[in-house]
Design a protein around this ligand. Structure first.
Ligand code: MSP
Length: 640
């Protein structure tokens, strides 16, 4: 009977969005922990899934003209198929529309009620009638406008059940203090502690203003607040409803991995709910940072949320898994760029790891006809290498227990580098020239092969396919799940006298320049126009556009693009405006024209020349066409 258990979870993803690298990130991270712990002999439960209730989903479905369940059924398949593609080894995929989950949510709600922690009150917020949505004061635009449609909102009240969260403030602070690992990384813990110390308020946990959710038991007009519903997934998925053996075995979870934006829900709402329901708290909640893409925030409107499916098809699953966890320390924000990705692939994967395998197997073929030699003659450099191998297991274990994926990978790559150095130092190609050094030649290459075997174990949680491929080339068992890790970890386990498998390159190098050019061409061809963020009339009315008569125009020395204009905006308002149209207009072409000018633009300097406004022009393929107004429009006329 295995009594070492490990329960790891990802957030459950909303089905109003398609999966992007942010989602892939947490799921790959959880997968690495699950695979590592399984390898170490733990009985692992790895949970992921989808969050399908709530007003956001209801509205997204409405927009698409389908029911919320239909929307969820479609989007859920995208998540599931992506997880297959990314080699995610989850033990269960929970959907909050699962019957068992719904009952489990009602059960925890009742428990909290029985404990005297739920009471009926009134929820007050800013309501947008067309959107049927409540907003908080801080979300509103310009004081009282809906951030979604821009229309006016009004203060509204509705009956709501409340959770007496305030009651658990001291107990929660005590738990956090007594369990210093509960909130990770430590910087985030401080944020949460100060938030709690400011005073916990009771939480509104039901709504009557929409229907898509789990009804409050005994008062079906109300649906349970989506976060109460969602957080409960961590226990409903393992059998909380019937308090099964499985539930007792895995709860409390060892670690919930979450993004920094949802840490508060996991370290304030969730633990206080559990306290109220009389259940133990999770051992750890780890908040990772956020990814930007090529320096920009990922967003639907910018159209820059890279599809992870495309990434995997283009670069291979393990390159992506490796990059996500190697590039950025897990608690910090990071930037995804093709340059950085290609750099990692060419450097760490193709050069360091790929080449190590390739050159070693090449020599095994050349000197030993592809048969694994025996270890015969030890020397000092061997002892150093063996000591390094012992160390790396300990380091990786320490770092993975601290959820420091990048540090674990750095430690593994130190071994890659030690092995490459060991080859260079022992120069098998020199040993091969001297028949009397045959034993040493065998020993050196044996040890390197054994080191590569060790690497296949170490990289397995991160890059399962590559680990298997290395093991196939070494002619080893590729199924690591049923293996005894403690045995496998021992050095010099490789059997001699066995022929290696077919040799293949692990990671082809990518020509960065060629790739980037190809991408930009494809983007031009296929990228839809990025859908621009919608603005309200209030936003637009902030821009003052006026008719302006160009009085003078001249070239700016040293600039191919810029012209300096003197423009009359009426009412004695004569401005100097720099316009980037010099490739399309000679100064004399512009003189006398009446054009459209953004008149309230903050002055700026272009090539050292002051500009007090901007003239509007259309970009037509390769040239500018200035927006002209008929001559009889007086300078200073407002354009709306
Ligand atoms: N449904 C809730 C979670 C409920 S858990 C009980 C939710 N869903 S989400 O789909 O919006 O986000 C899921 C996760 O993706 C969050 O952990 C969030 O931090 C993460 N990410 C979303 N965008 C991200 C990046 N740009 N970068 C990294 N992770 C990001 O919140």
């Amino acid at each position: 009977m295995n009594n070492k258990t490990f329960y790891v979870t990802t957030p459950i993803y909303y089905v109003n969005d398609v999966p992007h690298i942010g989602h892939a990130y947490t799921t790959v991270a959880a997968d690495v922990l699950a695979r590592y712990k399984r390898l170490c002999g733990y009985d692992v439960f790895f949970l992921t899934g989808t969050d399908e209730h709530g007003q956001k989903i209801e509205q997204a479905a409405q927009k698409k003209g389908v029911t919320p369940k239909e929307l969820a059924d479609t989007v859920v398949e995208r998540f599931k198929s992506l997880w297959v593609k990314l080699n995610i080894s989850n033990d269960k995929f929970i959907r909050t529309t699962d019957e068992e989950h719904k009952k489990a949510v009602q059960k925890i709600f009742k428990k909290m009620q029985e404990n005297g922690d739920i009471y009926l009150g009134e929820y007050e917020g800013w309501y947008c009638t067309p959107c049927e949505t409540y907003w908080t004061e801080t979300q509103l635009l310009d004081g009282n406008h809906c951030p979604s449609c821009g229309r006016e909102t009004h203060k509204l009240k509705e009956p709501s059940y409340f959770f007496r969260m305030s009651k658990y403030q001291d107990e929660l602070l005590k738990y956090i203090e007594e369990n210093p690992d509960f909130i990770q990384p430590p910087s985030r813990k401080n944020e949460i502690v100060s938030f709690i110390k400011e005073g916990l308020k009771d939480l509104s946990v039901s709504r009557v203003s929409f229907k898509w959710g789990i009804p409050v038991p005994g008062d079906e007009n109300h649906v349970i607040y989506v976060w109460i519903d969602a957080l409960t997934n961590y226990i409903s998925a393992i059998g909380y409803l019937d308090e099964t053996e499985q539930f007792k075995k895995y709860w409390p979870a060892d670690v919930h991995l979450v993004g920094k934006d949802i840490l508060r829900f996991h370290t304030v709402y969730w633990p206080t709910m559990l306290m109220s329901a009389g259940l133990p708290l999770p051992k750890k909640v780890f908040a990772h940072g956020w990814w930007t893409v090529e320096g920009q925030k990922m967003s639907k409107s910018l159209g820059n949320a890279i599809d992870p499916n495309w990434l995997v098809d283009t670069f291979g699953v393990d390159a992506i898994r490796y990059f996500l966890l190697r590039e950025v320390p897990f608690g910090l924000d990071g930037d995804f760029s093709f340059k950085a990705l290609i750099h990692r692939i060419n450097g760490d994967l193709a050069n360091d790891l790929g080449n190590l395998l390739n050159r070693t197997l090449g020599m095994i073929k050349r000197y030993f006809d592809g048969v694994i030699p025996a270890y015969k003659e030890e020397d000092e450099s061997d002892r150093e290498l063996l000591a390094k191998i012992e160390e790396v297991f300990e380091e990786v274990d320490k770092h993975l227990n601290n959820i420091a994926f990048n540090k674990a990978l750095i430690a593994i790559w130190q071994l890659v580098s030690e092995l490459n150095k060991y080859i260079d130092k022992n120069a098998p190609w020199m040993l091969a020239k001297d028949e009397s050094k045959r034993d040493r030649l065998e020993s050196v290459l044996y040890l390197v092969l054994d080191g590569i075997r060790i690497l296949s174990l170490l990289i397995y949680p991160f890059m399962p396919d590559t680990a298997k491929e290395i093991r196939r080339q070494l002619n080893l068992d590729i199924d690591l799940h049923k293996s005894n890790f403690d045995e496998l970890k021992k050095v010099k386990q490789l059997k001699s006298g066995i022929k290696i498998g077919e040799v293949k390159q692990l990671f082809p190098r990518i020509d960065e320049k060629e790739f980037l050019e190809k991408i930009s061409k494809e983007n031009e061809k296929t990228m839809p126009e990025p859908s621009v963020e919608e603005i309200t009339i209030d936003h637009f009315s902030k821009v003052v556009i006026k008719a302006g008569k160009i009085l003078e125009a001249e070239k700016i020395v040293k600039s191919e693009k810029l012209l300096k204009l003197k423009v009359d905006l009426g009412n004695n308002d004569i401005r100097q405006i720099v316009a980037g149209v010099a490739k399309s207009y000679n100064p004399e072409d512009l003189k006398g024209k009446t054009v459209a000018v953004v008149s309230n633009l903050k002055p700026a300097k272009l090539m050292g020349v002051k500009s007090e406004g901007m003239i509007l022009a259309a970009w037509v393929g390769d040239r500018h066409v200035v927006v002209e107004l008929p001559d009889d429009v007086p300078a200073g006329s407002i354009i709306k």
